[in-house]
Design a protein around this ligand. Structure first.
Ligand SMILES: Nc1ncnc2c1ncn2[C@@H]1O[C@H](COS(=O)(=O)NC(=O)[C@@H](N)CS)[C@@H](O)[C@H]1O
Length: 439
């Protein structure tokens, strides 16, 4: 992409309304623009990153054997009356009347609708296990939307729902989701620690939240520092194996790690004192097992092997896709701006031309642009007639992992400068070598 043809409204000053660094940087880097409290427009670069996050979520859900689908954002209140959550959800639910005066709502979550779809078409245990998920916008009329996309009112969520014949099968689905989440967050360059949490409005008993440690996190957490040494890595796992998934659950959730809602001081004191940590975290996902709460309320039953009809066991599993942009920036930035992990960066390298209009420099930039594009690496070429300092400042703010600086002096020696955004280290090398290094 050429910056002269892009839409990237970078702000020079820190917006006064932004209280945390990720909110500040998302506005300054021209990723989002607030349209109302807690509601944002996603400008081209912000939207490009959001789609990268969605793609990672889709890939890891597919790897786990979960089926992608899409439900509407506007739902009839009927199903919510049936489940008894219409009133229970309270003021967070945005209630709407259509032209016929029918009660509708902008969905805050979708247990009711997915259960209705299931009960309309599935009646035999032979069709189980079944997990379907969507990546869809939600609305929750938060009493205090704040911190930008971190606590929005309209936000993007991956919400997945499993339907199983028995509690054991549903707990395997729970563990399978934990595995898929560990991989998902690591691919985004995040360490998201699973912690015992409270089930709140979703109901049920077993639930873990996934938290990214950050001072600006809204959740207070208590954990054994040993959990920060765990990583899933690129190990192979058989998602259909109950043992394999249970082993990962065991490995990642045996040591003490809880949110304040479930914190148990006595248990915490059993952790060796030098390993006890209290911190704040950003909740980037949560998985739930809630048994037959919805299937009984809504008559979602299957005929079991014994011929008897029984309500299915369910769970729901969410990832805060739009919140993740904020979480990643909180975890990866410096005083100059964002530092995007390679797995989610909107462009792989910035090309900075120190002398736009200089025939040799322009030609070298065009050659780099084509070579990188041919390799499938998306460059962002700052071809504007700006002074070098301004170009460097924009590139640092936007946070691409690499910057290639091209100038007439360097070209005289047959070199360009390759700079790593994370380390700030620069190295001079021939243009071809820079392309190879990024490849
Ligand atoms: N106001 C919000 N703004 C941004 N992200 C949010 C907001 N509320 C929740 N989320 C994200 O959405 C994830 C899932 O939300 S949840 O309430 O925990 N779970 C559910 O709604 C279940 N139905 C999961 S399918 C959270 O872990 C969080 O990362």
């Amino acid at each position: 992409m050429r910056l002269s043809r892009y839409f990237l409204p970078v702000l020079k000053e820190n917006p006064s309304e932004a209280q945390i660094v990720s909110h500040r940087l998302m506005l300054r880097a021209g990723l989002i623009k607030q349209s109302a409290a807690g509601i944002y427009s996603w400008l081209p670069m912000g939207f490009k990153i959001l789609r990268k996050l969605e793609n990672i979520v889709h890939e890891e859900q597919a790897r786990a054997g979960h089926l992608a689908m899409l439900m509407p954002t506007i739902q009839s209140a009927d199903l919510w009356h049936e489940s008894g959550r219409y009133d229970a959800f309270g003021d967070e639910m945005l209630r709407i009347k259509d032209r016929g005066g029918r009660e509708m709502l902008f969905t805050p979550t979708a247990e009711e609708l997915i259960t209705d779809i299931f009960r309309s078409h599935v009646s035999s245990y032979k069709d189980l296990p079944l997990t379907m998920y969507q990546i869809q916008w939600k609305f929750r009329d938060e009493v205090r939307p704040r911190f930008g996309v971190m606590r929005g009112r309209e936000f993007l969520m991956k919400d997945g729902y499993n339907f199983d014949l028995t509690k054991e099968d549903a707990l395997h689905a729970y563990n399978r989701h934990l595995v898929s989440y560990l991989r998902t967050y690591e691919r985004m360059g995040l360490q998201a620690i699973p912690m015992r949490a409270d089930s709140g409005a979703m109901g049920g008993d077993d639930t873990h939240e996934f938290l990214v440690l950050a001072e600006t996190g809204e959740s207070e957490v208590f954990y054994d520092s040993a959990v920060t040494d765990l990583s899933f890595g690129d190990r192979e796992i058989d998602y259909s194996s109950v043992e394999d998934c249970a082993a990962v659950m065991e490995e990642f959730t045996t040591k003490y790690a809880r949110t304040d809602e479930t914190h148990d001081e006595a248990l915490f004191n059993e952790v060796p004192e030098e390993r006890r940590r209290t911190a704040r975290g950003i909740e980037v996902g949560q998985i739930f097992y809630f048994g037959t709460k919805y299937s009984e309320a809504m008559g979602a039953t299957v005929q079991g092997p014994d011929g008897k009809n029984q309500p299915v066991h369910m769970g729901s599993h969410g990832i805060g896709v739009s919140r993740l942009l904020g979480a990643i920036i909180e975890a990866s930035h410096d005083d100059k701006g964002i530092i995007w992990p390679e797995g989610v960066t909107p462009f792989h390298a910035g090309i900075v031309n120190l002398k736009q209009g200089d025939a040799e420099a322009d030609a070298a930039c065009e050659a780099l642009y084509s070579a990188l594009t041919l390799m499938g690496l998306e460059p962002l070429y700052d071809d504007r007639n700006e002074r070098a300092g301004g170009k460097f400042a924009s590139m640092d703010l936007v946070g691409l992992p690499w910057r290639i600086t091209v100038g007439p002096r360097g070209l005289k020696n047959g070199v360009v400068e390759l700079t790593s955004r994370r380390t700030g280290e620069s190295e001079e090398m021939p243009p071809e070598a820079a392309v190879q290094k990024l490849g």
